[in-house]
Design a protein around this ligand. Structure first.
Ligand SMILES: Cc1cc2nc3c(=O)[nH]c(=O)nc-3n(C[C@H](O)[C@H](O)[C@H](O)COP(=O)(O)OP(=O)(O)OC[C@H]3O[C@@H](n4cnc5c(N)ncnc54)[C@H](O)[C@@H]3O)c2cc1C
Length: 596
């Protein structure tokens, strides 16, 4: 049976000792988000994840959602678990108290997302999508729509969806065909077919609020002609009581590789009544304002799956007895040594751990900047935070979801054949993790966003929000003996990133294929350096705390050992990536399209 224990010690370390989450309580509206209060919420979240959501993960995967005559049922136990989850206020954790939310920071909500996704990624999809819908409505809808819909979404009694994808249109939203026709009473009628809609239909909530991208009759034919519409499954009255069924339905459930307890639906809109959210033809802009948080949340899915994969692989490596240590028996009293003694198994475990802990620190640091961007009193600080967030979102989304899949895969390898057999539960993590690399903008498209939009923005204005703090840190710590063995390795990789940045930026101006061909390698190089920066910061704290750590000495010591592993065994990949980037686009583009 798989195990899961919320990694609270590491979460607290990152929040309190590395990124300084205590500053949240200084932000307007977050006065109650003190480290003590945050800790109490995390403890409660850990219990919900371990005791309520995790026990439904394997059964939910085995049983999946079912579809009969347009009705979708979630696997046994999900409805009760969802009710308990909502009664605990978890659906509205970071929602505005004006609409019944708890008004807690986005960072805290992201840390809890990580735990939810470890425990049960499929379950996490339902509140996750609702939160995206909440954010879009809160930022762009009329006061009337907000009053009617936001309290229900914050309470979780209604859930939300994002309806973008159509059969002919995935990445290229300009191809959307769904139509919206204005009605004399100010509403619209939506007609069209959407596919792959997460939580499109289910039995968890009394109503489902679809946010649909569609085209008005006179709209431009491309992405400039998209508008956003709120289209409820049941049309509510002014008091929020659900009424008549709207003209929309689920045509089928998609059969898919993983997240089987998440209902992925083909949705038909047959003249469904809808309300405009935001301005006509500004639908994409409305979606973009919530995209940063949504992409970070998908990064948390990768992190969550990576964490649980590591936990299970680490435990298995202690228990599974096979072979003897290369230098002789380590546990001669046993019939064989546990596989954790083998260098190759350790290589996997250390890689998994270094990536998981590094990604946690990186993702949380950007989560904190999201809160600062939204709330800081100083406009200059808000602007700087916004620039760093804009730069790092594609890096975090793509790299952390890649890590989610890679670590799940490594975890399966540690289990050997038993990992491939369903009983151990770890093959589910490989299947579940895979989708996070695809939706919310594929990772290839994230890389293009980084090199095509974020890097050239205002002559590198966003890039400086990352490069300058790193350079300042290096200057301040250049003589820190605790970092002496790590700094040269980091500086080498940082230099490679600077060189690659210049190359991609200058070549990309002349020939966009140069930037496009380098994009994925460049994003990975950027992410490794960003992880290296977080590992330096973590190592600095660990080295300072270790001498007086008492019972926590083991924690800090492990941190330093993992940091050293990262710098010596993972970060050197920066060299290869840099070489691949410098080699240019020619070998990528040389083959004529018809030769494939
Ligand atoms: C389980 C699941 C749940 C989903 N949930 C939702 C949901 O709730 N709402 C919703 O609207 N959608 C949802 N989606 C859809 C998802 O967001 C899309 O699948 C995704 O955006 C990619 O679109 P596509 O599948 O059409 O691939 P395509 O856009 O056809 O892309 C195919 C390949 O080409 C690459 N590519 C495409 N265009 C470019 C380009 N310009 N430059 C470089 N490479 C390019 C892509 O990276 C990809 O590798 C879901 C999908 C799945 C499988």
């Amino acid at each position: 049976m798989p195990i899961y224990k919320a990694p609270l010690e590491d979460v607290r370390f990152v929040l309190n000792e590395v990124i300084g989450a205590a500053q949240l309580a200084q932000l307007p509206g977050y006065g109650e988000a003190t480290p003590e209060a945050i800790d109490a919420v995390l403890e409660e979240a850990a219990k919900i994840c371990e005791d309520l959501l995790f026990p439904l993960n394997q059964s939910g995967d085995a049983e999946g959602c079912t579809f009969e005559h347009g009705v979708v049922k979630t696997p046994p136990g999900f409805k009760d678990a969802y009710t308990t989850f909502c009664q605990g206020g978890w659906a509205g954790l970071s929602c505005d108290p004006e609409f019944g939310g708890q008004g807690l920071p986005t960072l805290l909500s992201l840390a809890i997302d990580e735990m939810v996704c470890s425990a049960n990624l499929s379950f996490g999809m339902y509140p996750g999508l609702s939160h995206g819908a909440y954010n879009a409505i809160e930022k762009h809808a009329t006061a009337e729509l907000k009053k009617l819909y936001l309290p229900k979404l914050a309470a979780g009694t209604w859930t939300g969806t994002m309806c973008l994808t159509e059969p002919q249109c995935g990445t290229d939203l300009g191809l959307i065909r769904t139509k919206a026709v204005p009605q004399p009473d100010g509403t619209y009628k939506i007609t069209g077919a959407k596919i792959f809609i997460s939580a499109g239909e289910h039995d968890l909530a009394e109503n489902i609020v679809h946010l649909v991208l569609a085209r008005l009759p006179d709209a431009p034919p491309d992405i400039r002609g998209l508008s956003l519409f709120l289209t409820p499954k049941f049309i509510p009255d002014a008091q929020g009581k659900v009424g008549a069924r709207n003209a929309l339905s689920c045509g089928r459930l998609e059969h898919k590789m993983g997240i089987k307890a998440s209902a992925t639906c083909a949705m038909n809109f047959d003249g469904a009544t809808a309300w405009l959210v935001g301005k006509p033809n500004q639908g994409l802009r409305a979606m973009f304002t919530m995209m940063n948080e949504a992409r970070l949340a998908v990064g948390m899915q990768g992190l969550g799956v990576a964490e649980i994969s590591y936990q299970n692989a680490a435990r298995y490596a202690q228990e599974r007895l096979q072979g003897r240590g290369l230098k002789g028996a380590v546990f001669p009293e046993k019939p064989a040594d546990p596989i954790v003694v083998h260098p190759d198994v350790r290589r996997s475990l250390m890689t998994m751990r270094a990536l998981v802990e590094g990604c946690r620190a990186l993702a949380y640091s950007i989560g904190l900047e999201l809160d600062i961007e939204a709330r800081h009193v100083d406009p200059a600080r808000r602007e700087a935070a916004g620039q760093l967030v804009a730069l790092m979102i594609p890096v975090v989304k793509a790299f952390v979801t890649d890590v989610g899949f890679d670590v799940a895969n490594m975890g399966m390898q540690v289990f050997g054949g038993h990992g491939y057999i369903r009983d151990t539960g770890v093959e589910q993590y490989v299947r579940d993790a895979r989708i996070a690399q695809i939706y919310e903008g594929t990772n290839g498209v994230q890389a293009l966003d980084l090199v095509g939009r974020k890097m050239p923005d205002n002559y590198g204005r966003l890039m400086r929000q990352f490069f300058h703090p790193v350079a300042d840190f290096l200057q301040a710590e250049k003589d820190n003996p605790a970092l002496a063995d790590m700094l040269p390795l980091f500086m080498s990789a940082f230099g490679k990133l600077q060189m690659s940045s210049l190359t991609v930026a200058t070549r990309g101006v002349v020939n966009p294929d140069e930037a496009g061909a380098a994009a994925t390698d460049y994003l990975r190089l950027f992410a490794l350096v960003a992880l290296g920066f977080m590992w330096l910061r973590m190592a600095k704290v660990a080295a300072e705390k270790l001498p007086q750590a008492g019972a926590r000495a083991g924690f800090y010591d492990s941190k330093l050992k993992t940091a050293r592993f990262f710098f010596s065994k993972i970060l050197p990949q920066a060299n290869a990536l840099n070489l691949a980037i410098l080699s240019g686009a020619k070998t990528v583009m040389d083959m004529p399209a018809e030769a494939f």
